[in-house]
Design a binder for this molecule. Sequence first.
Ligand code: BES
Ligand code: ZN
Ligand code: ZN
Length: 487
Amino acid sequence: MEIIATNEKLDQVKGDILVLFFFQEEKPSGEVAELDKIISGSISQAIKLGDFKGNLFEVTPIYTHGKAEVTRVFLVGAGKKEDFDKYVARNIAGSAARRALKLGPRKVSVLLNDYINAEDVIEGFGLAAFDPGIHKSKKENPGQIEELVLIGSVDDKTVKKARSIVQASNWVRELTSQPSNIVTPAKMVDEARKLAKTFKFGIEVINETEAKKRGFGAFVGVAKGSAEPSYVVVLKYSANSKETLAVVGKGITFDSGGISLKPSDKMHEMKYDMAGAAAGFGFMKLVGELKPKLNVIMITPLTENLPGGRAQKPGDVMKSLSGKTIEVINTDAEGRLVLADGLTFAQSLGATKIVDLATLTGAVIVALGNEAAAILGNKKSFTDTVISASKSAGERLWELPLYPEHKELLKSDIADIANIPPSRGAGVIAGAVFLKEFIDDSIDWVHLDIAGTAWLDGEKPYMAKGASGFGLRTLVNLTEILERDTG
Ligand code: BES
Ligand code: ZN
Ligand code: ZN
């Protein structure tokens, strides 16, 4: 998709579709009012008759009948002005794009305004165009927009960055969508090696034998059940900064639950249990391209969670890399086990700030659905920083508390800690309480439970069903904030 900036008058804009955004109850004004006049008041008529109300994601096409150069105008709803944010901006652009794609247009023009900028439109269009049917012999949606024309002020740097974000996000989505017979731990290692080669990152790949030798007992406990080789991978980008940001991504390429086997309903979706690792890789790709003045490391434990004669069993006790012993009451709570060692490892590598990204619990889907990820942390100021990064990225995070009393949830009779609580309550919090046990008090840490946001159960007006690439944009913004604040 070629991106072109122009300041042409609206009636002179050529092509298949011109996209105009309207809030609820907004009337045409300025250059839109001029265009409306030229096309015999069709826009104001659609609004007056109630054919177009400006509701969120509403798209109403109207035709210009040769009175303007463009064939159609899409009136696109931006919803209530007071609810407007970055999330809305990008996604209304995406809803225009997905509607447009159905028509197979070549050239689409979009009028930018005080609310919706070039970045929103490029990201919205780029993410909307992702087709998850990667193994279909015949593409169902062949229409690709060849030219995206942005009407308004656009600078090259913004275009370049937004394009990079789209490419990285769609790559994350592809990796996440791939089945576990294709995206195995070894395949993820290949991707990490490619990143290291392209961007000259340091890389360390620890195989299962080595992991065992070095004491990654919680990771090995999970890896034991799988016939696929398992790895812990570290990518290192150095900018000689005081602070080091570590991203720890859950990389379970398939989660059957292990001996605590999951029900078969929706089990196939557990190929996305490596979405945290994939988002971490996408983030590193952007780190490589944007080169922040901040040390960044990315760690991912990569394995499957399968039952079998060699698998760990409920009640087994594992000694983690930190030295803490863990009673594995439920083998399906494997994410926190592999992350425990990943978090310990991150700290041994000098991380001062840690974000872990994990499809950790079904409970977060019960709590927040596909609309927001849960964030829990050990320092209010860092949690707030990450939340503000997410806001400017248009990704939604909702904070849940970690009270001292919550620690009681994970008492074990035999070991230092149990991997699940005795009852169902506070499932998201229990996951975070467990992880927190592996974080030194001096470190700023947040846990993002992305089980609900990394995978959309249904199609959205602005995005296909399936992998969403969630988390990557928040990490990029966080890096920019940390670069500024800690420089
Ligand atoms: N990978 C799952 C969490 C998950 C569930 C991700 C649904 C995406 C969609 C995780 O490993 C898991 O199985 N968690 C258990 C924890 C429980 C045993 C305390 C869960 O949520 O059921
Ligand atoms: Zn599990
Ligand atoms: Zn899992």
